[in-house]
Design a binder for this molecule. Structure first.
Ligand SMILES: [Zn+2]
Length: 56
């Protein structure tokens, strides 16, 4: 199963047991992508920053 990266348009392989809310990294552009489900199909969107970035 594959979904399309919304950033670069490359196909991204989804794990067989993928679940909505899972985070994946696009192998092409390195973007962090969040899996979501729409009408029974898994799609990808750019993940929001998770947690606070307090710096180093
Ligand atoms: Zn990408």
């Amino acid at each position: 199963m594959e979904a399309e990266c919304p950033i670069c348009g490359s196909p991204v392989e989804l794990p067989d047991d993928v679940m909505a809310g899972e985070l994946l990294e696009c192998p092409s552009c390195g973007a962090t992508l969040e899996v979501y489900e729409q009408n029974g199909t898994f799609l990808l969107k750019e993940a929001e920053e998770i947690g606070e970035d307090w710096g180093e």
